[in-house]
Design a protein around this ligand. Structure first.
Ligand SMILES: [Zn+2]
Ligand SMILES: [Zn+2]
Length: 239
């Protein structure tokens, strides 16, 4: 299996990532991707760009180097009620929202109960497309309770390949989450969370893991252009 899109990537706008949108698009073309989501960090992450950066993303054409560029953001889940640090107007205008928990931006000691509540509330936000890297060891939640809700609300549960590259403590959680997505029919996306060009579109360890658990390809939104276009159609995203 090969990915046809990478739906969580960063550029120099995040200031701790090191390639431009043009460089990321060129690499996506080399990897023969159909689409890439540019999802720089939202404002409460140290070094992140302000709302004006995200509002102005509309000047970027829909396609660069024949790759569909989704104008997005990686929102920070900023409390245990599932609120995100993106103004409503911006939530409505961006094409792609990944929402994630980060230790730099989500304060207060996490518990399974608090994280479960945060994700259940987040699932009600119609603007959120992707639940980012929820396999975190620090922010564990009641997977059995929440994943059926993600399935019902159409949220894409991200399996983030950086867990396999950098955060090996999360791997077991990622496998558990993937198995439950299979069980409850929740769609997933496999993303690289690339902060430079060298990893764009490449998630060999995640794909190996999904094959090992016999994960159905029809539930992987970025496993085929057919799957992704079906998701775009359901969510009024142009291509
Ligand atoms: Zn980052
Ligand atoms: Zn993140």
């Amino acid at each position: 299996m090969k990915l046809i899109a990478d739906l969580h990537t960063h550029t120099i706008a995040s200031t701790h990532a090191y390639a431009t949108i043009s460089e990321m698009a060129a690499e996506a073309q080399r990897q023969e991707l159909f689409a890439i989501a540019i999802t720089d960090h939202a404002r409460t992450m140290p070094g992140a760009p302000g709302p004006f950066y995200f509002e102005s993303l509309c000047i970027i054409p829909p396609y660069l180097n024949s790759v569909r560029i989704l104008k997005g953001i990686e929102a920070n889940i900023c409390d245990y009620d599932g609120n995100i640090d993106v103004e409503q107007r911006l939530q409505d205008s961006l094409e792609w929202i990944v929402a994630s928990m980060h230790t730099l931006t989500l304060k207060g000691e996490p518990t399974v109960k608090k994280c479960t509540n945060a994700y259940l509330k987040l699932a009600q936000n119609p603007n959120v497309n992707v639940i980012g890297h929820s396999g975190s060891e620090y922010y564990k939640y009641d997977y059995d309770k929440v994943i059926p809700v993600f399935a019902e609300s159409g949220k894409l549960v991200e399996i983030n390949d950086s867990a396999f590259r950098n955060k090996k403590s999360c791997i077991d959680n990622c496998v558990t989450i993937a198995k439950l997505c299979k069980k409850y029919g929740a769609r997933i996306c496999v993303d690289t969370d690339s902060h430079f060009t060298n990893t764009v579109g490449r998630a060999p360890e995640t794909l190996k893991m999904l094959e090992a658990i016999d994960f159905p390809q029809k539930l992987i939104v970025n496993a085929s252009t057919e799957n992704l276009k079906a998701y775009f159609d359901e969510n009024n995203i142009a291509y």
